[in-house]
Design a protein around this ligand. Structure first.
Ligand SMILES: [Zn+2]
Length: 385
């Protein structure tokens, strides 16, 4: 059955653009919406335009001085000397023209999603350009200028006094969001990611559990490199319902980075498309069970824009808009023909990865055991239901 879900989108999202050589490439948004349209899953009536976040809204999380520097850097030709002190002008976050305006629109898109869901007009809302989970209070980091996830959570706290469950399934630790609410018992941050041993940002250890009143309200599940679907999903299905039922949120915010796929060039996890079918299924079921469906979904990382992101986010949207795809289906030939000429890799012919496509990982049982231990420890001090 179809349900009322908003797809927040504007072509202006494409202005969040670092340079041609940067792995963060918003072309993935174009490819995703195109695929959704061709599969007849996305229609004009789903689409809601974003708005810009105001400085006041951004400053719920970010320092005003930082906001000023972002604005100035994006309006200055040549280098702004002070930018480096704020994490700008680095290899990860190069300065680009109008970077303040481009990022404020993304944050505003996630705020719009929150307004639609909290007013009861929509059951769920999706802002795929969001999910900039590495942005800090006063510093850009990991391809993220402002942190829309943190701003929307602060906004939900301030305007709706809501208890917020944040679920982050990006392969990288959701550090910016965790640190922003580290001592807040009304915000529970839960991150499933590749261990920080060999991956940016290096944090997300099980022992990062929160501080003061917020102790137990930061939950981390750092998975071993080369973790495959079964072990990834075992951790997800073991931890998420337990924590969600214990915490009893008023609203759920999800970050849906899809860089845990084995094709992703930046990380070392070995998941297939199957986890992207399961992730939103459980998140949505818990939102229905615990908070009258209130669910705000953002995008996030995803650096195989050809084979992974459009398919993963198609599964996300299909689930959240009540158009669940149970069986594997073919990717429309027109879509493949349109993008294959510019793709450096062979595009996938089906929405899910057929079983047996990827060779088994040699240390499989060792990794599975390690992850089981991680799950056990992750659940030690958090709310449990
Ligand atoms: Zn990531």
């Amino acid at each position: 059955m179809s349900i009322k879900t908003a797809f927040i989108y504007s072509d202006d999202y494409l202005h969040y653009y670092f340079n041609d050589d940067h792995p963060f490439n918003q072309k993935r948004l174009v490819m995703t919406t195109d695929l959704l349209r061709q599969l007849n899953l996305l229609k004009d009536e789903h689409i809601v335009a974003p708005r810009s976040a105001t400085d006041e809204e951004l400053s719920l999380v970010h320092d005003l001085q930082y906001i000023e520097v972002v604005r100035e850097a994006g309006h200055t030709d040549g280098e702004l000397a002070i930018a480096g002190s704020y994490g700008l002008g680095t290899e990860d976050v190069p300065v680009f023209r109008n970077m303040h305006e481009a990022t404020a629109l993304i944050v505003g898109g996630t705020l719009r999603a929150a307004e639609l869901v909290m007013s009861g007009q929509y059951r769920h809302a999706v802002n795929l350009s969001g999910g900039l989970h590495h942005g800090f209070r006063g510093r850009a980091s990991g391809f993220c200028v402002y942190n829309d996830c943190s701003v929307v959570i602060a906004y939900l706290r301030k305007h709706y006094d809501a208890r917020v469950l944040y679920i982050d399934t990006d392969a990288h630790h959701g550090d910016g969001v965790q640190w922003a609410f580290y001592d807040d018992p009304n915000v529970l941050t839960l991150s499933f990611h590749e261990t920080g041993k060999y991956l940016f940002p290096g944090t997300g250890n099980i022992t990062e559990r929160g501080d003061g009143q917020g102790y137990g309200f930061s939950v981390n599940v750092p998975l071993d490199a080369f973790t495959e679907d079964d072990s990834w999903l075992e951790a997800y299905y073991e931890v998420l319902p337990t924590v969600a039922r214990g915490f009893k949120p008023d609203v759920i915010v999800t970050q849906n980075g899809c860089d845990a796929h084995t094709f992703d060039p930046l990380t070392h996890l070995s998941a297939s498309m199957r986890i992207y079918q399961e992730i939103p299924k459980l998140a949505r079921a818990l939102a229905d069970e615990l908070c009258e469906g209130r669910l705000i979904a953002t995008g996030g990382g995803g650096y195989d824009i050809w084979r992974v992101v459009p398919r993963a986010w198609t599964l996300l949207w299909a689930e959240l808009s009540g158009q669940r795809i149970e069986k594997n289906i073919a990717i429309p030939v027109e879509w493949i023909n349109k993008y294959q000429p510019e793709s450096p890799v062979q595009l996938a012919p089906t929405l899910l990865d057929p079983e047996g496509l990827f060779p088994a990982i040699p240390r499989r049982s060792e990794i599975t055991t390690k992850n089981k231990n991680t799950v056990e420890k992750a659940l030690l001090y958090c709310p449990k239901g």
